[in-house]
Design a binder for this molecule. Structure first.
Ligand SMILES: [Zn+2]
Ligand SMILES: [Zn+2]
Length: 130
């Protein structure tokens, strides 16, 4: 693993990501921190996010959407994506290790991880009429 000198900006980005469960985009992070770090650019935010990802401090959510989203929670968990507002929520269900084992046995290889995503309409959107 490459080593990077620690940076104050990167520490703040990590703290920010860990303090929210909204799975923000890089530009949201940039908006939160630009007041605090006037020299910050969106490019710097992206670069720091990439480093944090390499270091295993955060995960990157790839839903094939236009915007990259980032997650400060690194332990395996599932996500729910609202098809109306685009919110990404953590799913509080246990990760299904048994299916990894079953399929490992079936194919004679080894499953290391799997992804499962739920799609639908979130509680907030469901409550809105019209
Ligand atoms: Zn929604
Ligand atoms: Zn998450």
């Amino acid at each position: 693993m490459k080593r990077y000198r620690s940076s104050k900006q990167r520490k703040r980005i990590l703290a920010l990501l860990r303090s929210t469960n909204t799975h923000p985009t890089a530009s949201w992070i940039y908006d939160q921190l630009k007041g605090e770090f006037p020299a910050l650019s969106l490019g710097t935010v992206y670069r720091n996010l990439r480093i944090l990802q390499e270091q295993g401090e955060i995960t990157h959510l790839d839903f094939g959407s236009t915007f990259d989203r980032f997650d400060g929670r690194i332990e395996p968990h599932y996500h729910f994506i609202c098809e109306r507002c685009g919110n990404v929520l953590d799913v509080m269900l246990p990760v299904l290790r048994e299916i990894e084992r079953s399929f490992s046995d079936q194919m004679g290889g080894k499953v290391l991880r799997h992804r499962l995503e739920f799609f639908g309409i979130c509680q907030e959107c469901l409550g809105q009429k019209g």
